[in-house]
Each structure stands twice: as structure tokens, then as C-alpha cells.
Design a protein around this ligand. Sequence first.
Ligand SMILES: Cc1cc2nc3c(=O)[nH]c(=O)nc-3n(C[C@H](O)[C@H](O)[C@H](O)COP(=O)(O)O)c2cc1C
Length: 135
Amino acid sequence: MWQTISYVSTANKLLSNSDINELFEFVKINNNSLNITGILMYSDGNFFQILEGEKTRIQDLFKRILIDSRHYDVIKIFDHEMEKPTFSKYDSKFSTINKKSEHSELQSFLEKEKSNNPETFKSISYLTNKFMQLS
Ligand SMILES: Cc1cc2nc3c(=O)[nH]c(=O)nc-3n(C[C@H](O)[C@H](O)[C@H](O)COP(=O)(O)O)c2cc1C
């Protein structure tokens, strides 16, 4: 069973750029080794993340993320099952997704959300655009 969770959160004010880079490196290595795909973005003091993977793994990871003191005010955007993951790997970008391939995987994800979960599509597409514009 596959699950996807997405949220936005506010970064802890004490985080430096190098703390954020370090977090992104850790997340990339860890997620790729656990077959967790998706994307993590940071922009203007906020994180935005989409996680996809085996259901219990995603749920366990999200519980850990929720209590991480590097951020707060975690607002879940969606949390639902999916037929199969859309992203081919996990990517963390400090502030931007700028490679066409990453962009197109995000677009495919959004297209699927639009037909399968129209009620969350609006907010997710608004947020991803915001995160991309600000970078
Ligand atoms: C914004 C944010 C996103 C995170 N995303 C992930 C993630 O996708 N995968 C991951 O393993 N840890 C992620 N972490 C780190 C986890 O919260 C946690 O520190 C890490 O999984 C290690 O957990 P442990 O110390 O309980 O082993 C994230 C942390 C933050 C602040």
C-alpha cells in the first residue's frame, strides 16, 4: 500500500543556511535509501514537503517530522493512499526546483491530484507555485 503526505511548516528561526543544507542532505540520503520519494522545498522561512512511499514507513516518518524542533506549525495539506508513486526519486532543494525533469515530475503529481483529489488540488498547486516563484 502506497501513501502520500504533504505539509507546509515554519522553520525554526535559529536555523542557519548551513543547518538547512545539512538537513536537506540528510533527508535526501535517508529517503533514497528507504525508497521514499517526493520533494522538499524551503523558501522564505517555510518548508514544503511531499512524501510518497510504503504506507507505514510514511506514517512513521511523518510522526518523527512532526516533533522535529527545526520547524513548527506543521499544517498537513493531504494524507491519502495512492496507486503508485509519481516521483522517481527523492529530491531536496534548498530553495528551488529548477531542473526541467524535477519540474515535470511535480507537474505529473499535480495532474494526478487534480483528477483523484480535486478538493486538495487547489491548495497544493497554489503552494507549489508560491514556493517556486519565491526562489
Ligand atoms: C522540514 C523537515 C523535513 C524532514 N523530512 C525528512 C524526511 O523526508 N526524511 C527523513 O528521514 N527525515 C526528515 N526529517 C528529519 C526527521 O524529523 C528526523 O530528524 C529524522 O528522521 C531522524 O529521526 P530520528 O532521530 O528519530 O532517527 C525532516 C525534518 C524537517 C525539519
